[in-house]
Each structure stands twice: as structure tokens, then as C-alpha cells.
Design a protein around this ligand. Structure first.
Ligand code: ATP
Ligand code: MG
Length: 387
């Protein structure tokens, strides 16, 4: 008997007492068997969505077309999905037809990996027709069914294979790995957003070095050079935040010449503008790490705190050294980093006779000086410097 939350157990009991089958399924079963706390609970059922809606007071039709209704329980929303079988994926992305009314085995057969294709029976027994428990023991990602066919049905599964391998620290089983290599070009039909989402999960995972598979198998061919093979072994030492991990990946790819520019790479993957700018600048800064307080002040003034934080974190993780301490001390100084913080304002410069573009030019000249000599940021000293 496995521990499942009361709300989820009550939901299943309710469906069963109405004559339907109902099983916790997929990721939550996998996580439970791994001794991890499941992030969310999914239930698969023989009931049709309308029948689920009729049975519970609080439901949200979150994906009726896919047979999914979210039932609100004391343990939060639980996605309840009607047994499904999918037939035909002409475009490698969306099933041509979703058919309902199959049985549990059919529903488990359509799932991607053996470790994701298990359900929990009413007695707490694990229903595991594809050897998911054995693969959990062996720490393997293995397709349900014939890997090549499963990847041709849905190319996203190729990225998911690497993602679960990185999140769990599992290896990819041989036949599955071979099919990844053979079908790598199919990832070209996926949207950049979906690729980015999976790649970000890999970057933020506990075993990001497993992401090397993406390159070894050629799954990112649309975004990086064909020979890209970055060494990701130091990535887990970089703080697991998007900015830092994306910038670190860019720095590694730039270093081996697999991308022309970090900005282009991140834009192609549809990252938001702010992340693109900070990561690209951070990755560039890593090439010639700022040194000393003055070095960091110039970098902060030019690229901002996010880019510098990323660069310092990457430098510390990959080269060792005092980058983070230096940056923290520099930020703590609170010294002038922008023209707005200069002790001489634009209005004062105008009063001194500066006009138009000359004001900006003078401000930049003063800032450049003050970044090297913060103690000079006093009105009389700045006036002196202008003469
Ligand atoms: P996570 O902890 O990231 O949510 P998860 O296993 O729950 O992991 P989901 O993407 O939420 O992953 O999918 C839920 C379940 O649906 C999976 O465990 C798997 O059984 C099935 N599934 C999801 N995407 C696919 C797919 N592309 N092809 C086949 N089955 C899939
Ligand atoms: Mg999930």
C-alpha cells in the first residue's frame, strides 16, 4: 500500500463507487516509487469528461479535447483524464485523432517511457506492464514500444528522454539512444518554444551534464553547429537559476565555437528580451572576466547587475576564484555606476555652458573617470576634471 494524499484517494474512491475505473498514473507513480514527493497528481479513468464533471462539485474543463478535467480537491487540482489511445501523428507533433474509451493498458501503452507508464491500483499495487519498476532500479530511460516509431509519432519525446535523464540522473537505454541518433532531425518540426522549455528544464535539473546527450545525438542541430559537443560537467556548480544556467551554456558553446553569438542563439530559442540581453552579456563577460573593483564597476555600468552576477557565478563555478566576492564587495560600495548618480547633474552641466550632445559626452567622460576613481564623485572635483 503506497501513501497517496487523502484528496486524491477520495477522488479515486468516488469514481470507483460510481462504477468507473480510476488510477493515479504517470509521473506521480514514478516519483512515489523513487521516494520523491510528486509535484502533481494525474488520474486516468474510464469515465468520460462529462461524467467526471457530473460527479464532482468543483471541476475545471482544462483540456476537454484531450479528455482532461481538473478536479479541485483538498490536495489541490488533480488532472483527471479519460483512458486514451492515439492514432497517427502525420506532423510528428499532434496526434491526428485522440480516441477515448480504451482501457488502462491501452492508456499506458501510449505513454512515452516505461518509468512514466505505471498506474496505482485500488489495493495500492503497482500496475506496470512495461517493466517501469525494473528500469527505475536500473536507472534507465526506455521507450514504451519501438523507440523509432514512438519518436516519429512525437518528436518532443526525444527531448523529454534527455530531460528525464537529467532530472533523475538516469542513463538512456541503448535502443532508445540509437533511435534518438537516427531520428534527431525530426526535432526540426518542433516549435522553438517547446524546445526551449525542455532545454530549460534540463539546464535547471540536478544532473545538467546529462544534457550532453542533446549534442551527442544532434537534437539541437537547428540551433548549434553540427560538431557542438560542450563539456557540461561543471554546469551543476553554477546556481540553478535560468539566467545563470543559460548564460553558462552560452559561454561553453561560444568557447568551442558552436554558436556565433549568444544573443542569436537565445533569440532563436525565443527567450524573453531581458534574459537574452543579460545572458548574452554575461556569457561575453566570461571570456575576459572583469578583475578588481574597477573592472567590475565598468562591467556593471556597461552590462548591468544581472549580466555581472551570471558572469561571476560562472567564473566561480568553472575557474574557481574570487569573482563572486569581488562583485558583492563592489556592489556593496554603492559607488556611482550611472550618469544619473554623478555628483554633477545634466542641468548643472547646462548651467556651465554645455549644450545638446556635449552634455551626454561630458557625462560619459566623467562616468568613465569615476568608475576608476569613485572617490572623485564630488561636484567640485568633477568641475575641475572638465577643465
Ligand atoms: P513532471 O514531474 O515534469 O510533471 P511528468 O511525468 O508528470 O513529469 P508530464 O509532462 O506532466 O510529465 O506528463 C504526464 C504524463 O503524461 C507522463 O508521465 C507520461 O506518462 C505522459 N506523457 C506526457 N507527455 C507525453 C508524450 N509527449 N508522449 C507520451 N506520453 C506523454
Ligand atoms: Mg506532470
Amino acid at each position: 500500500i503506497r501513501e497517496i494524499p487523502g484528496g486524491v484517494a477520495a477522488l479515486c474512491a468516488r469514481l470507483r463507487s460510481a462504477g468507473w475505473e480510476a488510477y493515479p498514473v504517470g509521473g506521480c507513480v514514478r516519483d512515489l516509487l523513487l521516494g520523491r514527493t510528486p509535484g502533481d497528481w494525474d488520474v486516468t479513468t474510464s469515465a468520460m469528461p462529462e461524467e467526471v464533471i457530473a460527479l464532482f462539485d468543483r471541476t475545471v474543463p482544462t483540456g476537454i479535447r484531450h479528455g482532461t478535467v481538473t478536479v479541485l480537491t483538498e490536495d489541490g487540482g488533480v488532472e483527471v483524464t479519460t483512458f486514451r489511445a492515439e492514432s497517427g501523428y502525420a506532423d510528428g507533433r499532434h496526434p491526428d485523432a485522440v480516441t477515448f474509451g480504451g482501457d488502462l493498458t491501452g492508456d499506458l501503452t501510449r505513454r512515452d517511457f516505461t518509468i512514466n507508464a505505471m498506474a496505482l491500483g485500488p489495493d495500492g499495487a503497482v500496475i506496470d506492464p512495461f517493466g517501469g519498476q525494473k528500469d527505475l532500479q536500473a536507472r534507465l530511460i526506455r521507450c514504451v514500444g519501438e523507440p523509432g516509431r514512438r519518436f516519429r509519432e512525437d518528436a518532443l519525446r526525444m527531448l523529454r528522454a534527455v530531460r528525464f535523464s537529467a532530472q533523475l540522473g538516469f542513463a538512456v537505454e541503448n535502443a532508445t539512444a540509437e533511435a534518438l541518433r537516427d531520428n534527431a532531425e525530426l526535432t526540426a518540426c518542433l516549435s522553438a518554444e517547446r524546445i526551449r522549455t525542455e532545454l530549460e528544464k534540463i539546464l535547471l535539473s540536478q544532473w545538467p551534464e546529462r544534457g550532453e546527450g542533446l549534442f551527442a545525438w544532434g537534437l539541437l542541430a537547428a540551433f548549434v553547429g553540427a560538431d557542438a559537443q560542450p563539456d557540461l560537467t561543471t554546469l551543476h556548480r553554477v546556481p540553478a537559476r535560468p539566467l545563470e544556467r543559460w548564460a553558462a551554456l552560452c559561454a561553453l558553446l561560444l568557447d568551442e565555437g558552436s554558436i556565433r553569438s549568444a544573443e542569436e542563439f537565445l533569440k532563436d530559442l525565443r527567450l524573453d528580451g531581458r534574459t537574452v540581453r543579460a545572458c548574452a552579456a554575461g556569457a561575453e563577460l566570461v571570456k575576459t572576466m572583469p578583475r578588481g573593483a574597477a573592472g567590475w564597476r565598468h562591467a556593471l555600468a556597461e552590462h548591468g547587475a544581472d549580466a555581472c552576477t551570471a558572469a561571476a557565478a560562472i567564473g566561480a563555478a568553472m575557474m574557481g576564484g574570487e569573482y563572486l566576492r569581488e562583485l558583492a564587495e563592489t556592489l556593496a560600495e554603492g559607488s556611482c555606476l550611472t550618469v544619473r548618480e554623478l555628483a554633477l547633474s545634466g542641468a548643472e552641466l547646462a548651467a556651465m555652458g554645455y549644450r545638446g550632445a556635449d552634455i551626454g559626452a561630458a557625462q560619459r567622460r566623467l562616468l568613465d573617470h569615476v568608475l576608476d576613481h569613485p572617490e572623485d564623485n564630488r561636484p567640485e572635483r568633477l568641475r575641475e576634471l572638465l577643465n
